[in-house]
Design a protein around this ligand. Structure first.
Ligand code: EPZ
Length: 416
């Protein structure tokens, strides 16, 4: 298993370019199945999860061509068939192909998604939404099958503003008959990017970014060219890297609006964040304060930044607190941070963090994508050397994170 060796890095300095958003490109690649034309996606991040989605599209007979970070998708030869367990279990986002294939071909069969370290990750809201617009859903032998002569628009209320369920329903409704209204929809920026992509193909999605989204079904969707929005979670991760090392870095290719919740909490901790010509400058110029934060659906504080903020809190003098309200088991990084000397106590959905002056390097394990990133951040603060193993989790969602951190002065080495 590959690992990263990280040693105390001193203040990070310099400029880093943020890549396209993982959680935008994955649903958009699934939505390309709706089109009968050629799709060109620009600023696609080179991630393991994108490779898995590519393999899934190719499984359906789709032709893909890369030119640096531009991906050309031609699904004129598409042949729907069951999506296999070995691909779906690798990545929960595989489940996003259900809506597009169902609405285009009237039948989709997909292995039940594997769970993952951050909880059971059910799909009941996805299935409830698809059933509401006419899908007949059956479960059996580890597979889910959905059939529908025609999908017919309907009004759907989501018990929880699930990002994936919102995306699956938008995609299914895009080619359904009539109007679909999703209430209590997810409002994440990635939903807006997906809606813009579908509308660029000739779709009619309105209200993305609010809690009520209206989708007017159309007869067909053509090809288009679309640039993926910057990854707000990669940006947030580098913002914390500047904070935890007391550094001064500039991030380019960011959309400040998407960073508001993270920016607000880092400023509350005493970090300086300024807009500059190339993007945003993040730096520390004085003592930091403790923090209390609660993760919430957008525009609340993003759960995908929870582990990274916990790493920072481990170094803030005093008591900080985190409450994770989105996932039921997203504290797998706590025991690993404690191996570095962090003082953290979990009480129900909350974690109480006592800041310490120093952390000590140790061998730790990435349990999931963002936990792995948090351990890298803590390793740059800790005395001595930290070995972070199982870094395939990190490579799923961060493009060349070691090279980017090294370019900012971090002492980090990849061991294969
Ligand atoms: C997306 O996952 C992201 N992944 C996750 O990012 C992110 O953490 C999550 O949204 C929340 O923002 C992608 O976009 C590929 P949800 P998703 O459906 O769609 C429950 C990362 O680190 N739920 O909003 O799976 C679920 O159990 C990843 O980049 C149901 O109960 O998230 C969870 O507790 C991790 N029933 C909560 O909702 C359902 O049918 C949020 O899940 C669906 C979800």
């Amino acid at each position: 298993m590959a690992s990263f060796l990280v040693t105390n890095s001193g203040p990070l300095k310099g400029k880093v370019t943020i890549n396209g958003a993982k959680n935008s490109v994955l649903p958009i690649m699934a939505a390309s199945l709706l089109s009968d034309g050629i799709i060109t996606l620009e600023d696609v991040p080179l991630l393991e999860d994108v490779n898995v989605m590519c393999r899934l599209l190719e499984h359906f007979g789709i032709c893909l061509k890369w030119d640096n970070k531009t991906l050309y998708i031609d699904n004129s030869q598409i042949k729907p068939k069951p999506a296999p367990y070995e691909l779906v279990r690798k990545m929960r986002a595989s489940f996003l192909i259900m809506g597009p294939i169902l609405t285009r071909f009237g039948n989709v069969k997909i292995s039940l998604p594997g769970g993952c370290a951050i909880g059971t990750r059910p799909i009941d809201l996805h299935l409830k939404g698809l059933a509401a617009i006419g899908a007949d859903i059956t479960l059996g032998h580890g597979y889910i099958e959905a059939r529908a002569q025609r999908l017919v628009g309907s009004r759907i209320y989501l018990d929880f503003p699930s990002v994936g369920a919102t995306e699956n329903i938008i995609m299914a409704a895009a080619l359904a008959d009539g109007l679909t209204i999703i209430e209590n929809a997810a409002e994440e920026p990635e939903i807006i990017d997906l809606a813009n992509f579908i509308n660029a193909m000739g779709g009619r999605v309105r209200g993305a970014g609010t809690d009520t989204i209206k989708i007017e079904g159309v007869g067909r969707l053509s090809g288009c060219t679309h640039t993926i929005i910057p990854d707000r979670i990669e940006a947030g991760t580098f913002m914390v890297a500047a904070a935890i090392t007391g550094g001064d870095i500039i991030l380019t290719n960011v959309i400040s609006d998407h960073l508001r919740p993270v920016e607000a909490k880092l400023k509350e901790a005493g970090i300086q964040i300024e807009s500059v010509e190339e993007g945003i400058r993040v730096y520390k110029n004085g003592p930091l304060n403790t923090l209390d934060l609660k993760t919430l659906p957008y525009p609340g504080f993003p759960t995908d930044m929870q582990a990274q903020m916990m790493a920072l809190m481990c170094t803030l003098p005093g008591t900080s607190m985190i409450t994770e309200t989105v996932f039921e088991n997203r504290y797998m990084h706590v025991s690993e941070l404690k191996r570095l000397g962090a003082k953290i106590k979990i009480e129900g959905r909350s974690a109480i963090i006592e800041g310490v002056d120093r952390l000590q390097g140790a061998q730790v394990k990435s349990t999931d994508l963002r936990a792995g990133a948090a351990l890298l951040l803590a390793g740059m603060f800790a005395d001595g050397t930290t070995e972070v193993s199982d870094i395939h989790h990190i490579d799923r969602g961060y493009e060349r994170i070691d090279e980017k951190l090294r370019s900012l002065g971090a002492n980090i080495k990849r061991l294969n």
